[in-house]
Design a protein around this ligand. Structure first.
Ligand code: ZN
Length: 338
């Protein structure tokens, strides 16, 4: 019960890439870079195990960015000529690559899952960007229709997801922060793309929907959302009807009314008990208390303590302490509520 896990990313060590960045530059090239990625993956696997987490991940150490780390392996995209686009419903501008022809995979996007699998006996989780979030991160010069392009990405994601399953990954999570920016579209075509992405998978499937990393643009956006964040309310009912088994959401220190978790009846809920937008480290007592609160709305056998979002841009020493708090808080909750 209360199997603890992470939303996904972890900070990259200084010997692998620039620190405290969402889109860091690598510190080395070629073989040296590959070895550094592997070493960083092993470091974080050990740290998660030592913290007492039950489901571990590679911490996204082998990709530069949670969306572009996948897109790098997709053909049909012009990365040379980036264009400026407002993303997450114009929350901020980014220079994005353009889709210029039919999308196909160049090969495996994430062969590094095998490395993680070889070095832990714990359940292994792996994250991929969701179709809607990808579409909100590239410009379209070919499909002429966002839904069509999203479905094309969903097919490619499915290919990679099946390969990850064959590598021994236990949980595959699709990250869809765009759902909170486009709540109406999320409840229709955003969620409609997911069956295609998970088709044929026997492993556990999950969707992560958050209010973003703790970067300034997101903090400003959150401050504009008012006293209650009710975005989840618009698409959770549709998500509850889908075949996705788990939903990862923000909880602690957010203004999401916790009773919205009730809308996910029947799903495993990965409840954010660790705030990624603050460097203040939670105490195990606080983590256990958040789990206790969530138990009012989620049956305990469906409740998985998790982080609100990834920890990628965070200071690594703080991230380590937050992992410990998560593991210790989940243990305390098991003693208290089992
Ligand atoms: Zn997130």
């Amino acid at each position: 019960m209360f199997e603890a896990t992470l939303a996904g990313s972890l900070p990259k060590p200084f010997w692998l890439a620039e620190t405290n960045k969402l889109w860091p530059q690598w510190n080395s090239e070629g073989q040296e870079r590959e070895i550094a990625k592997r070493d960083a993956t092993l470091f974080w696997l050990k740290a998660q195990e030592d913290a007492g987490l039950d489901i571990v991940s590679d911490g996204e150490q082998s990709r530069q960015h949670f969306v572009h780390g996948f897109l790098e392996f997709v053909d049909g995209i012009d990365r040379e000529h980036k264009v400026k686009m407002g993303i997450r419903n114009n929350r901020y501008d980014a220079m994005v690559p353009q889709v210029v022809s039919k999308l196909t995979m160049k090969g495996r996007a994430h062969p590094e899952a095998k490395i993680a699998r070889a070095h832990t006996k714990k359940k292994l989780k792996f994250t991929l960007p969701g179709p809607m979030t990808i579409v909100d991160t590239v410009a379209d010069q070919h499909y002429g229709d966002r839904v069509k392009m999203a479905m094309a990405f969903a097919e490619l994601l499915n290919k990679e997801a099946r390969a990850l399953e064959a590598d021994g990954v236990d949980m595959i999570q699709f990250d869809e922060p765009a759902f909170n920016a486009f709540t109406k579209e999320a409840s229709t075509w955003g969620i409609d793309c997911l069956p295609c992405a998970i088709e044929g998978l026997k492993c556990t499937t999950a969707v992560h929907i958050c209010y973003g990393y703790g970067i300034q643009q997101n903090i400003d956006w959150k401050n504009s959302l008012g006293g209650e964040w009710r975005q989840y309310e618009e698409f959770f009912p549709a998500l509850a009807k889908s075949r996705i088994k788990q939903v990862s959401l923000e909880c602690t220190h957010s203004r999401v009314p916790p009773d919205l978790m009730r809308l996910l009846d029947g799903k495993d809920v990965l409840v954010g008990v660790i705030d990624v937008a603050s460097d203040q480290v939670e105490t195990p007592e606080e983590v256990a208390a958040t789990i206790g609160q969530a138990m009012k709305f989620v049956p305990k056998e469906h409740l998985f303590p998790c982080t609100n979002c990834g920890l990628a841009p965070m200071d690594r020493e703080i991230a380590l302490k937050k992992l410990d708090a998560l593991g210790a808080g989940a243990k305390l909750a098991r003693e208290r509520y089992a």
